[in-house]
Ligand binder design. Structure first.
Ligand SMILES: Cc1cc2nc3c(=O)[nH]c(=O)nc-3n(C[C@H](O)[C@H](O)[C@H](O)COP(=O)(O)OP(=O)(O)OC[C@H]3O[C@@H](n4cnc5c(N)ncnc54)[C@H](O)[C@@H]3O)c2cc1C
Length: 260
């Protein structure tokens, strides 16, 4: 059954992560009527704590968002749990979204804060350890793995940069080229100057024991003991629920969205 919410908000926000809630809080303070729709899958959900956020260092991701929701609600913001499946409209007519349960909501403006999806290499064990001891950001989690044995999983040109960065947190860093990363001559010299070991070959799997990462196994080759693996994921904007490149999409060049 379709549920129509006749009231029109000044701003509809898709996504109630850090970005959507920050916008909601400020818009609420600006005395705008705001509705946030959130499917509760923030990018950092697997992480134990959020770091580098002054005054809340180490807070659990879910706790941070609960505080953010309460702050926004103080200013009259409405926050709904649900997934937007279709969206459309324009500045003249306003915007409308349809949720997974059929609810339709309207807004004079639409703010899309749906975040990113991290695409990880298809290596057994990697996804399960993501945000725990498979990491990407030294500023978020470098301190937690300081002085540990860190393996950088080659996944393109970015991996050399990650290896050089993580060397700040540990003197035991190995770059596994994984047939995906080819350091230039200058990069090879930088890696060598910082004592970063470079290992050729294809990474086949990760070894996990008792909920701890233990090793990186090469195809047909040796296994290397590690405490943590660093990988640069391919990050994609999370719009596929209601954005497809074509005349029915909400993309800037097509305009109207995919609402029937
Ligand atoms: C493992 C990991 C650890 C990290 N650690 C840190 C850290 O320690 N410190 C730090 O500063 N940063 C950290 N980051 C980065 C941080 O997670 C992001 O910067 C932050 O989450 C971005 O916020 P956002 O609101 O843009 O997106 P998100 O947090 O991903 O929130 C987007 C929200 O939109 C919702 N959504 C998406 N599509 C729809 C839809 N169609 N309908 C309704 N809702 C939808 C999602 O469910 C989600 O709740 C980390 C990232 C990762 C991956």
């Amino acid at each position: 059954m379709t549920k129509d919410n006749a009231a029109i908000s000044d701003v509809l926000i898709i996504g109630g992560g850090a970005a959507g809630l920050s916008a909601a809080q400020m818009l609420g303070r600006c005395r705008r009527s705001v509705t946030v729709v959130d499917s509760d899958q923030p990018r950092n959900a697997p992480a134990k704590g959020v770091h580098g956020f002054l005054s809340r260092d180490g807070v659990k991701p879910g706790e941070l968002l609960a505080i953010g929701r309460a702050e926004a609600e103080q200013y009259g913001v409405t926050i709904l749990r649900g997934e937007v499946r279709a969206a459309g409209g324009d500045l003249q007519q306003g915007f409308e979204v349809r949720l997974d349960d059929g609810t339709r909501l309207r807004g004079r403006r639409l703010l899309v804060a749906t975040g990113l999806v991290d695409e990880l290499p298809a290596i057994p064990g990697l996804r399960e350890r993501w945000g725990k001891d498979v990491l990407h950001c030294p500023f978020c989690h470098g301190w937690e793995v300081r002085d540990q044995v860190i393996g950088i999983l080659g996944n393109g040109a970015w991996s050399v940069h990650q290896a050089l960065l993580f060397r700040q947190w540990s003197s035991n860093v190995t770059l596994f080229l994984n047939n995906r990363t080819v350091p230039s001559q200058a990069e090879a010299e930088q890696l060598s100057a910082r004592g970063i070991r470079v290992v050729k070959g294809h990474v086949e799997s990760l070894r996990v024991e008792q909920d701890n990462l233990r090793g990186v196994a090469l195809a047909g080759g040796p296994e290397f003991a590690v405490d943590a693996v660093v990988v640069g994921p391919e990050a994609h904007v999370r719009l596929d629920a209601f954005f497809c490149p074509g005349p029915d999409s909400l993309c800037p060049s097509h305009g109207r969205g995919n609402l029937p």
